[in-house]
Design a protein around this ligand. Structure first.
Ligand SMILES: Nc1nc2c(ncn2[C@@H]2O[C@H](COP(=O)(O)OP(=O)(O)OP(=O)(O)O)[C@@H](O)[C@H]2O)c(=O)[nH]1
Ligand SMILES: [Mg+2]
Ligand SMILES: [Zn+2]
Length: 308
C-alpha cells in the first residue's frame, strides 16, 4: 500500500466494466474485483488487461475496490486488446487454416513500431511438416525467433519462460490456429476453452472471447481472441514505418544511395540488390512492396494518428 492509501496492481481481466486486479499487499498476492471511477469512463479510454492501476476501497460489498488512477502505458493494442505488452507470440497454423502471411507480416510491423518483441509460433506441423519447415526457414532467415509446435512436440513452458522473463506475453493470431490449446498446455490447465475448426470453412470459430493475464514465471502470459483482419493505415502506420517489421531489409538500408529510399525500385537501392541476389525472401519482399504502395498512396489521408 502507498502512503496515500492507494494500492498498486495490474488489471488481469476486464469483463463488462468489472476488472480483476492482481495486488500484492499485507495478505500476499491476491485478486480483487474493481469498478472504475467515472472520470475514466470516457469514449476514447478503455481500461485494458495489462494496465497498471491504483485502487481504493469502494465500500461496496460486491465490488469492494475502485480504480482511482492509471499508471502510464508503454503501449496499447486493440487486437488483441491489451496494454503494456512486451512479447507477442504470433501464432499461425501451417495448414487448416492456411497461414495468412500478410496478416503475420502486418503484426510484425506493428510489433516493430511499438517496440514489442515478436516470437513466431507455427502450429499444426503434424499436418504439414514440409510447410512448417519452409515457413520456419523464411522467418528465421529474416531474423526472427521462430518455433514449431505440434501436439506431440508443443512449445515448452521452459523455452517460453526463458524468452519472456518478467514481461507480459500475449498469444496473437487468427482463430482456430491453436492459441488456447498451447496456452492450456503451457499453463497445465484447461483454463481456456478450445474448439474444432469448422469442417466446412476450414476456419476457427472465435472460441476465445477475452484476455486474462496468468502468472507466468516472473511475468504474465495471456491467451487472446483470434482475429482475421488488421489495417496498418487505420492504426496510423505510415510507409516509413514498414521497415520496422523487416529486419532482413534493415540489414541493407544503410547502403542505399538515397537516405529516403523506399526500397521499391529506386536507383542505387542496396535492398533491391540484395533481393536480386536472393538474400531476401520473395514473398516477404512482395508483401513489403504491397504495404508500401498502399500506405504511400494514402500518405495525405492520415487525419489523426489513432491509438495502436
Ligand atoms: N493437428 C493439430 N491440431 C491442433 C494443434 N493445435 C491446436 N489444434 C486444434 O485446432 C483446433 C483449434 O484450436 P484452439 O486452441 O481452440 O484455437 P484458437 O487459436 O484458440 O482459436 P480462437 O480461440 O477461435 O481464436 C482445436 O481442435 C485443436 O485441438 C496442432 O498442433 N495440431
Ligand atoms: Mg482460443
Ligand atoms: Zn533502398
Amino acid at each position: 500500500m502507498n502512503s496515500d492509501g492507494r494500492i498498486e496492481g495490474i488489471i488481469t481481466k476486464g469483463v463488462g466494466g468489472i476488472y480483476t486486479v492482481r495486488i500484492c499487499d499485507g495478505s500476499g498476492i491476491r485478486k480483487v474485483y474493481c469498478s472504475v471511477r467515472g472520470i475514466f469512463r470516457q469514449k476514447d479510454f478503455i481500461p485494458q488487461a495489462g494496465d497498471t492501476v491504483y485502487i481504493e476501497e469502494s465500500g461496496d460489498v460486491d465490488i469492494p475496490y475502485v480504480i482511482s488512477a492509471f499508471g502510464p502505458r508503454r503501449n496499447s493494442l486493440l487486437r488483441p486488446p491489451l496494454a503494456n505488452v512486451d512479447f507477442l507470440l504470433l501464432t499461425f497454423s501451417v495448414i487448416e487454416p492456411v497461414p495468412d502471411l500478410k496478416l503475420l507480416d502486418k503484426m510484425l510491423i506493428i510489433s516493430g513500431v511499438l517496440g514489442i518483441k515478436p516470437v513466431i509460433i507455427f502450429t499444426k506441423s503434424d499436418l504439414g511438416k514440409e510447410e512448417a519447415d519452409t515457413l520456419y526457414g523464411i522467418y528465421k532467415n529474416a531474423g526472427f525467433d521462430v518455433m514449431i509446435s505440434s501436439p506431440d512436440s508443443p512449445v515448452s513452458k521452459e523455452t517460453l519462460m526463458s524468452l519472456t522473463g518478467s514481461g507480459i506475453a500475449a498469444f496473437a493470431g487468427p482463430s482456430g490456429v491453436g492459441k488456447s490449446s498451447l496456452c492450456n498446455r503451457i499453463l497445465g490447465t484447461k483454463a481456456m476453452e478450445t474448439s474444432e475448426i469448422s469442417v466446412k470453412l476450414k476456419r476457427g470459430k472465435h472460441t476465445t472471447r477475452h484476455c486474462e493475464l496468468h502468472d507466468f514465471g516472473e511475468g504474465f502470459i495471456t491467451d487472446t481472441p483470434g482475429f482475421t483482419s488488421l489495417s496498418l493505415f487505420e492504426l496510423g502506420i505510415t510507409h516509413k514505418d514498414i521497415c520496422k517489421g523487416y529486419p532482413e531489409i534493415m540489414r541493407y538500408t544503410h547502403d542505399c544511395r538515397y537516405d529516403d529510399c523506399g526500397h521499391v525500385g529506386e536507383a542505387g537501392c542496396a535492398v533491391d540488390e540484395a533481393f536480386q541476389k536472393c538474400m531476401i525472401d520473395e514473398g516477404r519482399m512482395n508483401r513489403y512492396r504491397e504495404f508500401y504502395k498502399e500506405l504511400y498512396d494514402n500518405r495525405n489521408n492520415y487525419k489523426r494518428r489513432k491509438r495502436l
